[in-house]
Design a protein. Structure first.
Length: 618
């Protein structure tokens, strides 16, 4: 038969369970407005019944309070973090697209369309005034404003690219910080839970960090229980948390994590002609990495990985987005000079865009990848058809040379239209415009019957005071044409700026001094000839601003969509893990009633025992 005090033990267990429930409810109420707090509940179950060897067989033994658990749904956590990853990506795109759109917008005074219209008007004045020095000087000044516009736009976009570059480094530093904090929390959680308790508050802190991490980069979280190695059936109470990012690349495992470190590219390591020097590449490093340590053997974090996700992906899209235009071809031959150590690599291309030097984005010197190995090249040539020749440095080919019939690439496929794309579009316009204008000018004659001269050029990167000569821009020996001209170095020749009478106004030397048929040809080119994406030179802004506006509109729409989803999914998640004050108030009454009843049970049993012990004795 059961113990005389069996009922008292049962009531005491109920009292303890009610007390735990009341305390848990109090904690929930206290944290009703605490961000990222997960509602807690008491996990209790009926105690194992006791066999009492009576006709009824077994008797209930009260209630066991197993644990105080968080109320949380992993399904909603995954949905929320997936949406945060998408939101982070489009948020960064939207922000920087809006900035780019502001740069390109025409304010009616200093924008491209306004300046181009002003230049056309000045050209008309040259014809109306029969080519006076004053009107020609005005035209040259307006043409200089066009070149200044492109110089300014190039500088602005490069500064924007630099800002994005710094944001990428900050994102990597933040990822490293979160990884370190999560590993520290993993250790603290296991210390507590291996002793039989639940580290609910620490788990909330960890989940909050995982939520924040998911907005920066795509994450995959897996938590497994740790079992005793000598007895697999026994759980130790500890857990192992693994976080993978950017398509199953391991960031942390338990108490160990890896860092993402940013390494600035040198001047000869750019992948686009107009990139700023110092753009960051990213590598994986151990947790004990210190600045200045050797990075040559560290694993590369691929920037063209389409699974990076989050804000980091959005920043990379804007910084490196080339609209899938990059150098790619097949190695035909690779010959190493035994005396100089230099290797000549011949590469055949098939993309028509790579056969048009006005679209070329190759830097003068840089890195080329063949069969997963990186080589440095110090120069390259183009044959005017479908073949490029790269001269590789002796140091990069010391151990191996590029194998034949393998794909060679400079840069990578970034399908988004980011800063490199807009720079390439400006460079293409500058080159085509300069080529046609100079061609018209050199075929004409000045008012005093001198041979016409080219009027548009560019400054050299090596010497900003030097300008490219016309033979340098048009030489058939290198087949590069106006490749050297970019939006950043675009200028009106210093000779024309110094003397506007060098403007070739006449088409034929026999024309009179006041003739201006060559100026008419130039005017017709401005207004009628298609040179850029099926449009006239004056419609440049319409094409590029259309790209920027469309990208800005798409990213803004997507940001609004994912922001709304964030709120919806967040509310769904809060309906599970959030504290409802009305619900807690109801629970408070319920547990208070339970506590009172168990107390009354103990009071009743006290009277029974008093009667049994003190009043029935003989």
């Amino acid at each position: 038969m059961p113990s005389t005090f069996f009922g008292l033990n049962i009531a005491a267990s109920g009292l303890r369970a009610a007390n735990a429930a009341l305390n848990t409810t109090a904690n929930n109420i206290a944290n009703a407005n605490t961000d990222d707090y997960s509602r807690q509940k008491v996990d209790q179950r009926a105690s194992d019944a006791l066999r009492v060897f009576t006709t009824y067989g077994c008797a209930g033994a009260g209630v066991d309070t197993i644990a105080i658990e968080r109320v949380r749904d992993e399904f909603y956590d995954v949905k929320y973090r997936t949406n945060e990853t998408l939101l982070g990506r489009v948020t960064q795109r939207n922000y920087f697209n809006q900035l780019a759109q502001e740069y390109f917008k025409d304010d009616g005074t200093t924008g491209f369309s306004s300046l181009f219209t002003k230049m056309q008007s000045a050209l008309q004045d040259v014809m109306k005034a029969s080519g006076t020095t004053e009107t020609k000087a005005t035209f040259v000044s307006s043409l200089s404003q066009i070149t200044d516009y492109f110089n300014h736009m190039s500088e602005s976009l490069q500064q924007l690219q630099n800002d994005i570059n710094q944001e990428i480094k900050m994102s990597c530093d933040t990822i490293n910080s979160y990884a370190q904090q999560i590993c520290s929390l993993n250790e603290q959680i296991n210390v507590i839970e291996m002793q039989g308790s639940r580290a609910n508050e620490l788990r909330d802190q960890r989940d909050d960090l995982l939520d924040k991490l998911s907005k920066i980069v795509d994450i995959d979280v897996k938590e497994t229980k740790v079992v005793d190695a000598s007895n697999p059936e026994r759980e130790t109470g500890a857990t192992r948390l693994i976080v993978n990012i950017a398509g199953q690349q391991q960031l942390l495992d338990g108490y160990a994590y890896k860092k993402l470190i940013c390494i600035a590219r040198e001047a000869n390591e750019n992948v686009n002609q107009s990139d700023i020097v110092g753009l960051y590449d990213i590598k994986w490093a151990p947790a004990n990495y210190k600045e200045g340590d050797n990075t040559s053997k560290l694993d590369v974090f691929d920037l063209d990985n389409k699974l990076i996700g989050g804000e980091l992906q959005g920043l990379i899209d804007m910084r490196d987005g080339n609209n899938s235009f990059y150098f790619s071809g097949e190695v035909q031959d690779s010959i190493k000079d035994s005396k100089t150590g230099l290797t000549t690599v011949t590469i055949k291309v098939s993309d028509p865009n790579l056969m048009d030097m006005t679209k070329c984005t190759l830097p003068q010197a840089g890195k080329i990848e063949v069969a997963s190995k990186i080589y440095s090249y110090e120069e390259w040539q183009y044959d005017g058809g479908d073949t490029y020749t790269f001269i590789l440095t002796a140091e990069s080919t010391r151990s191996t040379t590029p194998p034949k019939y393998r794909t060679a690439t400079v840069g990578a496929d970034f399908s988004y239209q980011g800063i490199p794309y807009y720079m390439q579009q400006m460079n293409e316009w500058v080159r085509k415009f300069s080529d046609r204008v100079n061609d018209i000018m050199v075929k004409g004659f000045t008012a005093d019957s001198q041979e016409g001269q080219y009027i548009l050029s560019g400054t050299s990167d090596m010497d900003s005071s030097a300008q490219f000569s016309y033979p340098q821009l048009t030489s058939l020996s290198n087949n590069k044409g106006y490749y050297e001209l970019t939006a950043g170095n675009f200028i009106v020749t210093r000779e024309l700026r110094a003397n506007s009478d060098l403007l070739a106004t006449k088409m034929d030397v026999t024309e009179g001094e006041s003739e201006y048929k060559n100026i008419e040809t130039l005017g017709e080119f401005f207004s009628k000839e298609d040179i850029f994406r099926g449009a006239t030179s004056g419609e440049f802004l319409d094409k590029v601003l259309g790209d920027v506006a469309l990208n800005a509109s798409n990213s803004e729409t997507l940001e609004g969509t994912y922001t709304a989803l964030e709120k919806t999914i967040g509310n769904q998640r809060l309906s599970v893990m959030g504290v409802d004050e009305d619900e807690e108030a109801s629970a408070l009454v319920q547990y208070e009633h339970s506590y009172t009843l168990n107390s009354k049970m103990i009071n009743t049993l006290t009277q029974v025992y008093d009667r049994l012990i003190t009043q029935t004795g003989v």
